[in-house]
Write a protein that binds this ligand. Structure first.
Ligand code: ADP
Length: 485
């Protein structure tokens, strides 16, 4: 038996409700596909609305008890879960590569990153504060406490099957909230395995449920409409985020939204070009370009544009395409045909508008959803690729002549998640970091995510922060207790 067979034989495929595997009340299943081959690797239980309400019954039954569990004990369970996830790195990484397509090295990186949210929030669980002051009038005293919100719904995407879950589960559990996770239909297996690991870590039944489904709205709709639910936390497209915000308005739910991005990656003429090329490789090609923080528009000063583009093209054209679990692969497949068609459509549109292909630009023939690593230059400002999230291995290079022009172009988008720039001038670094309309800014760095830092966007990229000391606030509500003087 190969490692893959062994893993797939043991992997949980039932719903996870109230601390145990459960069959859907309406009995169906749906396939999980390996994007490198297009073949089915598992059949997973398909939750419906009634299953969702079973999970919410469990969550609301144990909510008060979990909120009253000593912070130190909540912390201990999260810490134990972190240890167990790290100990299972090999299995979790292979599973993620199988269902999502990224390379094993990248999956191992995600396990370390995703697990870190559990350790970080195990440390935050015991530091939930409040405040106390005397009223300025002298007539009373002000006590401010923080309380867990209550049962939460997390809806996660397929691009980081583990980390997009742990960065929500970690702070929710640390704060004393229960949580129901609806993982993306393309990648439900990693989250089901994580639920088992949490049970092994000692998490009480009902605190965490996981509901894979082929019909997202059938599961999330009844939960959002139920007055017992107190929060929706979502990572995904701006389109679906807006829909969920509308639905959440009915019960005035707290919401956290990590939505789309259109990150600028700006290289000034005083940049260290080798460092900028290395940073662009990471910011563009990490996770096959399937990241909301991915460099979507690479803006390069015209004085160095040809040198930068030539170097980047050389590196990108050398990337080896293959299944993520094959040795030597640098770039795996895209998640599915829909995503591949979307990427191909953006490239074709740019080329029709006058862009030049420096390398790549086409689908790879044969099984799986592979797309060539691509560099496009001379992109006209009205091409769709300038406005829309690419979510694929396509570097779009645009020239500029002045700092003011670079900032104006960078900010000319409805999104504001991540932005990157390269310069060796400190004054410019401080000026540009301030001028960019973006929730996160990387200075001379191609990767910015860190569980200890607040991740979040402005404009149509979202609401709220995940990670950092800010992340736990998303799961706490503020209570003011008025005391006599
Ligand atoms: P993508 O297009 O990259 O798949 P989505 O925003 O569609 O991004 O998906 C992110 C998550 O949102 C997934 O878990 C998906 O199942 C879920 N989702 C999609 N549509 C809806 C919907 N109408 N209601 C609730 N969740 C949804």
């Amino acid at each position: 038996m190969t490692n893959i067979d062994r893993l797939l034989t043991a992997v949980p495929t039932r719903l996870w409700i109230d601390g145990a595997g459960a069959d859907p009340l309406e009995g169906a299943s749906f396939p999980v596909i390996d994007p490198a081959t297009g073949e089915t690797i598992a059949e997973v239980a398909d939750a419906g609305g009634k299953d969702a309400l079973r999970a919410l019954d469990a969550a609301s039954r144990v909510q008060d008890e979990w909120a009253a569990t000593a912070p130190r004990e909540r912390s201990r369970i999260l810490r134990k879960a972190w240890e167990l996830v790290i100990a299972r790195t090999e299995d979790l990484a292979l599973l993620m590569t199988l269902e999502m397509g990224k390379t094993i090295a990248e999956s191992c990186g995600e396990v370390a990153y995703g697990a870190e949210f559990l350790r970080w929030f195990s440390e935050e669980a015991v530091r939930i504060g409040g405040r106390y002051t005397e009223a300025p009038s002298g007539n009373g005293r002000i006590l401010v406490t923080k309380e867990p919100l209550g049962p939460c719904l997390a809806i996660t995407p397929w691009n980081f099957p583990l980390a997009m879950g742990t960065r929500k589960i970690g702070p929710a559990l640390a704060a004393g909230c229960t949580m129901i996770v609806k993982p993306a239909e393309d990648t439900p297996l990693t989250m089901l395995l994580l639920a088992e690991i949490f049970a092994e870590a000692g998490l009480p039944a009902g605190v965490l449920s996981v509901l894979p489904t082929s019909d997202a709205a059938a599961v999330t709709g009844p939960l959002i409409a139920d007055p017992r639910l107190r929060k929706v936390t979502f990572t995904g497209s701006t389109r679906v985020g807006k829909l969920l915000l509308e639905q959440s308005a009915q019960q005035v739910l707290r919401t956290s939204m990590e939505l789309g991005g259109n990150a600028p990656f700006v290289v000034f003429d005083d940049a260290d070009i080798d460092a900028a090329v290395a940073g662009a490789m990471t910011a563009k090609m990490r996770n096959g370009g399937e990241a909301c923080t991915a460099a979507n528009r690479i803006l390069v000063h015209n004085a160095i544009r040809e040198e930068f583009t030539a170097q980047l093209t050389e590196k990108i054209s050398a990337m080896r395409i293959g299944a993520g679990y094959q040795d030597g692969t640098d770039l795996g497949p895209l998640i599915n045909e829909r995503q591949r068609s979307a990427v191909a459509g953006l490239v074709d549109d740019a080329v029709d508008a006058g862009a030049r292909i420096r390398t790549g630009g086409r689908r790879v023939e044969g099984p799986g959803y592979f797309f060539e690593p691509t560099v496009l230059d001379n992109i006209p400002s009205d091409a769709r690729i300038v406005r829309e999230e690419i979510f694929g291995p396509v570097a779009a290079i645009i020239g500029f002549d002045s700092e003011a022009e670079a900032i104006a172009t960078a900010n000319d988008t409805e999104y504001g998640l991540a932005a990157y720039f390269y310069t060796t001038n400190l004054d410019r670094a401080l000026r540009v970091a301030k001028a960019l309309e973006s929730g996160m800014v990387g200075v001379n760095r191609g990767v910015i995510s860190d569980p200890a830092a607040p991740f979040g966007g402005v404009k149509q990229s979202g609401l709220g922060s995940e990670g950092g000391t800010e992340g736990i606030d998303e799961y706490l509500t503020t209570k003011y207790v008025a005391l006599p003087a």
